[in-house]
Design a protein around this ligand. Sequence first.
Ligand SMILES: Nc1nc2c(ncn2[C@@H]2O[C@H](COP(=O)(O)OP(=O)(O)O)[C@@H](O)[C@H]2O)c(=O)[nH]1
Ligand SMILES: [Mg+2]
Length: 297
Amino acid sequence: MINNLPQEQEFQLHWYPGHMAKWDREFNQHLQTVDVVVEVLDARMPLMSRHPDIRQRVVDRQKPLVTVLNKRDLADASLLDAWKDYFKDLGEHVLTVDAQRDAQAKKALVQAILAEGAVAQARWVAKGLKPRPIRTMIMGMPNVGKSSLINGLIGKKKVHTGHKAGVTRQTQWVRVHPQVELLDSPGILPPKLERQEDAHWLALVSSIGEKSFDDEEIARFCLGYFNEHYPHLLRQKYGSPSGEDAQNDWSLERIATLSNLIQKGGIPDIQRAAHRLIVDVRQGQLGGLCFEVPPAH
Ligand SMILES: Nc1nc2c(ncn2[C@@H]2O[C@H](COP(=O)(O)OP(=O)(O)O)[C@@H](O)[C@H]2O)c(=O)[nH]1
Ligand SMILES: [Mg+2]
């Protein structure tokens, strides 16, 4: 599959749009003015959805960080604690959240920001400055749920959200608590990936644009992982009621046949099967999934 990736240059053109390069530069300026940074990751693929060096820039500036694993509802519940422990062991302040539904977790996020911002507030008081709300920047790759998280915190829809990458193009400040102001921001992607095959997963979760790959390529790549980790969920979703297809080597051909996606002449419709799998995964129709497991450390 990796061999099927477009040449590097073409590849970058597709998924690193110009406005992102601009935001990457602006990010450094914003970083000077904020007190706390919240990094939003996709709980299904926390490390693959983490920008490789943005975080380092935050740490270098000695700004406190809160790590949010969002879309908890779509992730494999049996791995969430392990992921949390993984980040805790790295010394990070980590929370798992479902930005769309989970009011408790959102309160916990405000508490985390207040706790991390306390140092900055104490500094102003020591300098005799007038207290002001803690300025918090929400950062993360496109589509991880930054805008949804802010909307959930303010309790109404104020910032734009969307299921495609690149919905938020402008930065905007919103007050979510008397002591906390948040800055929504456009998603940020690295210009290059260390492991280019990760781009398939980023396309699956719509962090990179739809045009980067075709459905069939994404679906075939992901099926390889699902066969290894979640064959029972594939069987549950697509298997025949008689259970005669107990083997664990799921293919698009088989999903097409079992889902009755057949073209003229009785040929399995691979494109439609690929699309179906992608939509089902995005909507959580197979159940909770993670696309990577916490590395041993
Ligand atoms: N299931 C689920 N969907 C979410 C969650 N958070 C955000 N979304 C959806 O993910 C998509 C991207 O959200 P958005 O807030 O625009 O992401 P942003 O690009 O990081 O600002 C939208 O379709 C949201 O409805 C979550 O916790 N669970
Ligand atoms: Mg947004």
